[in-house]
Design a protein around this ligand. Structure first.
Ligand SMILES: *Cc1c(COP(=O)(O)O)cnc(C)c1O
Length: 499
């Protein structure tokens, strides 16, 4: 059976189930499998299949060690009635291009695709030969730039033997995003604002995972292990591979392409999870021309891909696309692992450079291989607003500010000749009703809910009920802490949830 190990060393190997349960390797690296691509998926066989059937095929190729029955049960539960569209991720025409709507899940962001699945995968990690002890509890730690938090809460609320703590950057998420999180129900959930930005919160969560003494303490006191629901968890990453195949199958079915024709994907990118899933799809045999990274004003990835130097020592901008306001893109580490042919020594060195100096430089041979697959572009906030307005004028279709970054990049980069191009639409515009309404040249009323109604009036697009009903719901979580107090907070929650 194919095993996983850290991007920074091959010394310790774990099964897929153990990798999901642990979330991150003990040395701080991310779990990868050298078997990626040894099993491929023939796209021709996917035409006419349901999303659930495609998911089963793709996940079986990526998660050895889960039985077919287990994956079937996970897929059925994850992609059921909680989705507003029965095709789960519908592909729509957008002028001469295409848009893949990933936001029809219970929290109206693409994070639902993975976070409806992760808790179900996690539940199966206590069974089978490599089982953790069945009495062992898991505490999920999640740093969020806005959308992961609610999607993870929705996925893990009420799950047996599991608790979840969400850290979000105080004042740096949209009002709707904040309300979604702080009104979450469930006895096993906790949400707290952190005085800092997403990078501070994510780095601190990674440090907490790396703190063996703290982990030992928590395990001894409350029989609880820590795990992650961020895209550093391989169980969060792999469900995202599925919709790349589902999109391709939809183009095949409508005879826009023939099997083997290349397709480009333009992806609004922050932590590099979504677009890395596209690379995994390529490794499984999906005919992809270019994967195009679309950044917002925090364009650290654009600079990296154009210069080969990753440098987080720069001004951090709080923008109208908060879920992409990230300067340390964790999943880049997995990409570098694969493009360096598994050079764990190099990855360790780069990551220790990043930790100590905030920058690293990737050898040019590796960069040229990366550039054969990845293209890039970015949009400043005026360009984001223009993109929202232009997309409406051209197509009578409303996009959210994250998707608008991709729309701008699509219209300013060349793409693979002749290849259809697909924008991944990562959130419902109703999560950011104020920014969208203003971009459309409408005056924005004081409350975000009145903005939703005004946007509905303007566009006639349905408001997701999970968002509209937030108005008037009482916040349960009003706390705010310093980054330095996050570890203590985790310890307290582990104790509380174990009682
Ligand atoms: C999380 C998120 C992104 C960025 O995805 P990554 O996997 O972090 O690159 C883009 N758009 C929205 C709406 C998101 O929630």
């Amino acid at each position: 059976m194919e095993l996983f190990h850290s991007t920074r060393s091959t010394d310790v190997t774990v099964t897929a189930k153990q990798a999901i349960r642990k979330g991150i390797a003990d040395d701080g690296g991310l779990f990868v499998s050298d078997g990626l691509g040894s099993v491929t998926v023939d796209v021709d066989t996917l035409v006419g299949k349901t999303y659930q059937e495609i998911a089963l095929t793709v996940l079986s190729a990526l998660l050895p060690g889960f039985s077919e029955a287990e994956l079937k049960e996970c897929v059925a539960g994850a992609y059921g009635q909680q989705w507003k569209d029965e095709t789960i991720t519908p592909l729509k025409e957008l002028g001469d291009d295409y848009i893949l709507e990933l936001f029809h899940g219970p929290t109206s962001a693409f994070k639902d695709v993975a976070l409806q699945m992760l808790p179900r995968l996690m539940a199966h990690t206590t069974s089978g030969t490599d089982a953790a002890s069945p009495t062992q509890r898991v505490l999920i730690l999640t740093a969020t730039s806005g959308d992961t938090g609610k999607a993870a809460l929705e996925g893990f609320a009420g799950v047996d033997s599991t608790g979840i703590v969400v850290f979000y950057p105080a004042g740096q998420v949209s009002e709707v995003q904040r309300l979604q999180m702080v009104t979450q129900q469930g006895a096993n959930v906790s949400v707290v604002a952190v005085r800092g930005n997403f990078d501070d919160a994510q780095s601190s969560v990674k440090n907490i995972f790396g703190d063996t003494l703290l982990g030992f303490d928590i395990d001894a006191q409350s029989h609880t292990r820590l795990s992650s629901a961020n895209s550093i968890n391989v169980g969060r990453l792999v469900p995202q591979v599925v919709y790349y195949f589902a999109a391709y199958a939809q183009l095949l079915a409508s005879q826009v392409i023939n099997n083997g024709d290349e397709v480009d994907f333009v992806v609004p990118t922050g932590n590099f999870g979504d677009i890395l899933a596209g690379y995994y799809a390529m490794r499984l045999g999906l005919p992809v021309g270019k994967l195009v990274v679309a950044s917002d004003k925090n364009n650290v990835l654009y600079d990296f891909l154009t210069t080969g130097i990753y440098d987080r020592n720069r001004e951090f901008f709080t923008t109208i696309s908060p879920s992409m306001d990230i300067l340390i893109s964790s999943n880049l580490e997995r990409m570098l692992y694969y493009f360096s042919d598994g050079d764990t020594e190099l990855i360790s060195r780069l990551m220790s450079d990043l930790a100590s100096t905030g920058r690293y430089e990737v050898p040019t041979e590796i960069m040229s291989k990366i550039r054969q697959v990845f293209d890039c572009g970015w949009a400043d906030e005026d360009q984001v607003r223009e993109a929202i307005a232009d997309c409406w004028d051209q197509n009578h279709y409303v996009i959210d500010p994250h998707t608008a970054c991709a729309y701008h990049v699509l219209n300013t980069t060349e793409g693979t000749p002749m290849a259809p191009r697909i924008i991944l639409s990562t959130a419902s515009p109703y999560k950011f009703p104020r920014a969208v309404l203003e971009a459309l040249g409408q005056s924005a009323p004081a409350s975000d809910f009145t903005c939703m109604d005004a946007l509905h009036e303007f566009s006639d697009m349905e408001i997701p009920s999970n968002l509209r009903t937030l108005e008037g719901m009482a916040p349960r979580f009003t706390g705010e802490i310093d980054v330095a107090d996050m570890a203590e907070y985790v310890k307290d929650m582990a104790t509380q949830f174990a009682q």
